[in-house]
Design a protein around this ligand. Sequence first.
Ligand code: SF4
Length: 509
Amino acid sequence: MCGVIGIIGPEHFQTRMPPAAPSIKTPALNTPALECYRGLLVLQHRGQDAAGIVSYDNATHMFAAEKDHGLVAQIFDQQRIDRLAGYMAIGHTRYATIGTDGANDIQPMMTGIPFGLAMAHNGNILNYFPLAQKLNKDFRRQLLTHNDLEVLIHYFAHYLTEKSGGIPDQSTFTFDNIKNAAGKVFDTMVGGYAVVSLIANEGLVAFRDPKGLRPLVIGARGNGDGSKTYCFASETIALTYLGYDYVRDVAPGEAVFVSKDGTLQSAVVREEEKPSPCMFEWVYFSGAEGAQGGKSVYAARLSLGIRLGLRAREAIMRGEIAPDVVMPVPDTSRPAAISVADALKLPYREGLIKNRYVQRSFILGTQEKREQAVELKLSPVRSEIEGKNIFLVDDSIVRGTTARKIVAMLKKYGAKSITLGITCPPHRHGCYYGIDFPDASKLLANGKSAEEIASWLGADKVIYLDNDDLRQAIGVHDMCMACLDGQYPTETEESAAFSAQRHTAGGKT
Ligand code: SF4
């Protein structure tokens, strides 16, 4: 899982901006690199390992790149932003699911051959390993990283030149080249990927895998002279923050091109019968204030809570639980917990206060780091815990690390009983599409009943939603729920091979 963003001018509008006008402290909204930086700040929750921005400068005909390990705000300062000149830029915030911690694996990446391309993506290319071998053997390309993006950028560049029978120049480079190249990428690459790419001296391309597994949205803002600046991002929250109007989601299998003169062209190049956007975007990953597939994330989480409230009421009626307070695991679960409290007519209380300066534990790289983060990030409120029968709402239990620690903490501070209500069905299968749990054996619910899960967590009871609850609450029927039901939307052969080999390429465990 990562966050991507791409912003394009057009050229005439950007070039007339005084170069020194915008700054991090007093931003002018029409500087692509600065906007990428600000957009990455609000997409930070999608990846905390590293971040980067690449711009294309029409004055020098050069790419400029600034990337590093760490959080977006730590990496970029005024000097680094000032070095990123140009009318178009792309940015990336990394959550490493493949590749190493080396600097070469930080996105965006660039190539100068057969012409200039810069690219960033969110997702996983499952057949990365055989494609990397083929690149090396058949095309004599020496890979310089362990990141699947490098394979993607090489293939896209190859397919772009292939269509026109050589290197496209100003007279031959058309949207047909891009449609052809994106279509061939869709035919070649198995997996989930949302891509933003700069083509030197041409414009910005965005495309999304044919299943629509990973999200990508388009925003636009009028420049006041009849032209528009476009923004592509993983989530609508980046558009809102930067003052863009949401136009629409990039469709699964669609390629969109904004040329340097500001013209937007788009086409669905590969249309699948059944799109498969990731259900986990609504449940956990996306910012609550945004929308995915045109559906409000916050509203989806409220609805998930209403359904969980119904399940909880049934358990109360059966005499299985007798909660006297509803409590969220902050922050993602808050809207659902509010709904549960409403449904049960019980008080909603904050018994755990989150330290906002500690990173999201799910996307930390190792088990040890995740366990430390839980201890550091949540502080108990004894007055709200002691002597209470708590109905604790969480969005999901994946490895169980966080939930087990939290249950132990609540018990230590005097909770009488704890029922864990989960707004997602049990995760029993790995995800290979960019959310980092490809190894099913590490999933808490794999092979365990709800009673066994409760016992392992130290809770009195665990209540899950089921798959129909999830579909109805989110309001989307066709979603990827492979980690819940094992129905993978792409070939599974590559999934198994990817899972086995990715660890040797430095993916997280
Ligand atoms: S397997 Fe699960 S987490 Fe992965 S893309 Fe599908 S729904 Fe999302």
